[in-house]
Design a protein around this ligand. Structure first.
Ligand SMILES: [Zn+2]
Length: 246
């Protein structure tokens, strides 16, 4: 009897252990399944976002008006209006857009002694933190001779991708203002943004605020929209043709 009872207890113990083992396996499977469904980090790891990221930099802002047009319009305001329109077009094309500013503010702090330096440094920091596929910095030009006009795109002299983006954009500005624009994309090795931003970057000078007719055009919503559409089309052409380039 004693031996039988011992065997029965031993058998029960083994059975219980097997049951516990099986239950814990099921529990582990359930936990793993919930984690796969619920954990956003696991989701992100297995399916990284495919949207390209573009930074739009509206030149100047706040204390810094940029160039002042012959009609008194401030460059910073035109830059922002065009940047907002470009953002709309890009977002409609499924591109993620980061703006360096979306209001009339500089990127410097109240305690900064050199506001312009702080503004540029913070702009670069913001852009590099976003590590975008490309950056377009939007500006308006000015010159001491009134007849000079037309959009021009600048890139960092040793950036192949910057050059390609600049040439695509420049070509699209050939007939935007109605007159033929014969300007070519231009290399530069001294602009702060071109020197300090790591992603491919171009500076688009959309037109000359020192030219009366171009300043008047740049001040209309219709022309701002045409310029924005042109920039957006150039960005999309660059993004869509990347695979065929190294
Ligand atoms: Zn400017």
């Amino acid at each position: 009897m004693k031996a039988n009872s011992f065997r029965a207890e031993f058998f029960m113990a083994v059975l219980m252990l097997a049951l516990v083992f099986q239950l814990s396996r099921q529990a582990a499977a359930i936990v793993a399944a919930s984690a796969a469904v619920l954990s956003p980090s696991q989701q992100t790891l297995s399916a990284p976002p495919q949207k390209p990221v573009v930074v739009l930099d509206s030149g100047h802002g706040g204390f810094d008006p940029g160039k002042i047009a012959v009609d008194g319009t401030l460059e910073k305001d035109i830059n922002l209006r065009i940047a907002r329109l470009v953002r709309q077009y890009l977002e409609a094309s499924d591109v993620e857009v980061v703006m360096t500013r979306d209001s009339d503010t500089a990127l410097s702090g109240s305690s900064d002694t050199n506001k312009k330096t702080a503004d540029m440094r913070n702009r670069c920091q913001l852009i590099n933190d976003a590590s975008p596929d490309l950056v377009v910095s939007i500006h308006q030009n000015s010159y001491h001779e009134e007849y000079v006009k037309g959009a021009q795109v600048f890139y960092y002299k040793s950036s192949e991708n910057g050059k390609r983006l600049a040439e695509i954009l420049q070509k699209r500005f050939d007939y935007v203002s109605g007159d033929e624009n014969t300007r070519a994309a231009k290399a530069n090795d001294s602009y702060y943004l071109l020197l300090h931003v790591k992603s491919p970057i171009v500076i688009v000078e959309c037109g000359f605020l020192s030219n009366r007719s171009e300043a008047a055009l740049l001040n209309t919503e219709e022309y701002q929209d045409r310029v924005a559409w042109t920039i957006h089309m150039g960005i999309m052409e660059y993004l869509n043709s990347r695979e065929t380039h190294s």
